[in-house]
Design a protein around this ligand. Structure first.
Ligand SMILES: Nc1nc2c([nH]c(=O)n2[C@H]2C[C@H](O)[C@@H](COP(=O)(O)OP(=O)(O)OP(=O)(O)O)O2)c(=O)[nH]1
Length: 146
């Protein structure tokens, strides 16, 4: 049967966008920003730790997995921060959640070139990936409120 779902990425492709989740890890009124190492065009720009949700995986589970892989920390995932941000011409969507560190774990940059803990008035001291800019704006009042 002919359907709109095809294997390529052509104009008839109607698949749901790939979900990328990010963790806004907040501790003592600061959020953790991490610098990407790749690809070259965004290396050195900051993002929220996270990555693609695997098929069959919940967004929360993906965040827990990515934080363990990238930072060697255990986190509790909280509320959404900001809105869905479409990326890559609508082929993917970024969803960021607040998170907090569990059990006194301290992040280690296993896959990033740098980490910064940023207070509300420091959020613009780093260059964020473009998709993160509206999320950072939504994050500011959360940090300012402590
Ligand atoms: N993790 C993360 N990715 C972001 C953010 N903002 C943003 O535009 N992205 C983009 C960068 C990448 O194109 C994509 C996430 O890809 P990724 O490489 O981190 O995903 P992944 O860890 O699952 O990696 P892989 O298995 O595909 O190698 O989303 C953000 O705040 N966090």
């Amino acid at each position: 049967m002919q359907t709109e779902r095809r294997s390529g990425n052509g104009p008839t492709d109607r698949r749901e966008p790939r979900v990328v989740v990010g963790a806004a890890i907040i501790s003592a009124g600061r959020v953790l920003a991490c610098a990407r190492t790749a690809p070259p065009e965004v290396a050195g720009m900051f993002e929220f730790p996270g990555g693609k949700v695997e098929p069959g995986e919940s967004e929360t589970a993906a965040l827990v997995r990515e934080c363990a892989e990238e930072l060697a920390v255990r986190v509790e995932v909280g509320d959404r921060v900001g809105r869905d941000v479409r990326m890559a011409h609508g082929r993917s969507v970024l969803k960021v959640y607040a998170a907090r560190l569990l059990h006194g774990d301290q992040p280690r940059a296993l896959e990033h070139s740098a980490m910064r803990w940023l207070a509300a008035d420091e959020l613009h001291s780093v260059t964020w990936l473009p998709a993160d800019v509206p999320i950072v704006a939504a994050l500011r009042p959360l940090l300012a409120a402590g």
